[in-house]
Design a protein around this ligand. Sequence first.
Ligand SMILES: Cc1cc2nc3c(=O)[nH]c(=O)nc-3n(C[C@H](O)[C@H](O)[C@H](O)COP(=O)(O)OP(=O)(O)OC[C@H]3O[C@@H](n4cnc5c(N)ncnc54)[C@H](O)[C@@H]3O)c2cc1C
Length: 292
Amino acid sequence: MVKEYYRPATLAEAFKLQTAASAWLAGGSSLLCTESPSVPGNRTMADVPERLIDLKLIVPAAVARENGNLVIGAGSSFQDILDSDQVFAALRAAAGSMSNRNVRNRATVGGNLADNRSCASLTPLFLAMGTSLQIASSSEVIETVPLEAWLVQPKGLVLKVIVPCPENMLAVSRHSSRTACDVATVVMAVSCRQHDGRLTDLRIVAGGFGPHAEQRSDLERLFENQTLPERPAIETAVRPLLKALDDVRGSAGFKSQLGAVLLADLLHELAARPENFSLQPSPATRIPEVRS
Ligand SMILES: Cc1cc2nc3c(=O)[nH]c(=O)nc-3n(C[C@H](O)[C@H](O)[C@H](O)COP(=O)(O)OP(=O)(O)OC[C@H]3O[C@@H](n4cnc5c(N)ncnc54)[C@H](O)[C@@H]3O)c2cc1C
């Protein structure tokens, strides 16, 4: 149950306020999101930490290109990403997959990473792109760490998300959900280069199958620098490797099938139309609001 709320103006102040019973608060769209108390095991207000430390004044929220990277302040909202003229198409699509504008206005990039949900909209793409994080573990110690490592052992405060955008690199992220307003059932994110229809430096990340999004080197090895098989052959090869958990988002078999179809589509699209997947800034577009 929340008893204290603070909005510190400096990192030093924020770390001084931190206790075992405190939590960083960004948009609150996960931390303050509770479920019906009548169902045993549900998360209720009683589970929300007693002390909230609002990050609004201390975590940056700008989106900028710096030295070949896209640098995103961890306090940027999903809507900030959609409104920026600096982001590339794959990131715009991943942010736009959260279809409700109210949540997009609140939900931040840092909160999405720290949440580390299996079906997160942004994490699979960032993992596929070899993203690093700028982390403050105190007001004096600020270091850059690979996202992959941080997700295994998250600590400190995420200040910036640094996404490498080398020339000729391509990236895409696509999800499938039950309705346009639902969280994803599965997410597939791919980054690679393309030469004569072959995909190289391939990184594939699958979300929605296990407890967290995961890089899949077994899938990468199947297609790295190969002549791509036809879509049905890709689906047949990939489906048994995509072992999934049965949960409210879908059955294991349904998720394996969806993931295999998504990946076959993405690989073929990357091979055939690389110009659609560049990391150059793509124009901001207004996405239509979806009514549930
Ligand atoms: C209706 C609804 C729909 C949703 N749809 C989607 C969806 O489509 N896709 C999706 O991915 N998610 C979805 N979510 C989940 C949630 O909105 C996202 O995970 C969001 O990005 C969380 O960000 P936040 O800023 O609200 O984080 P908060 O709720 O404020 O915090 C989440 C966690 O991150 C920690 N944290 C926050 N910022 C930092 C930081 N800078 N450094 C370290 N730790 C930090 C907090 O302490 C907390 O543990 C949805 C939620 C709701 C309520």
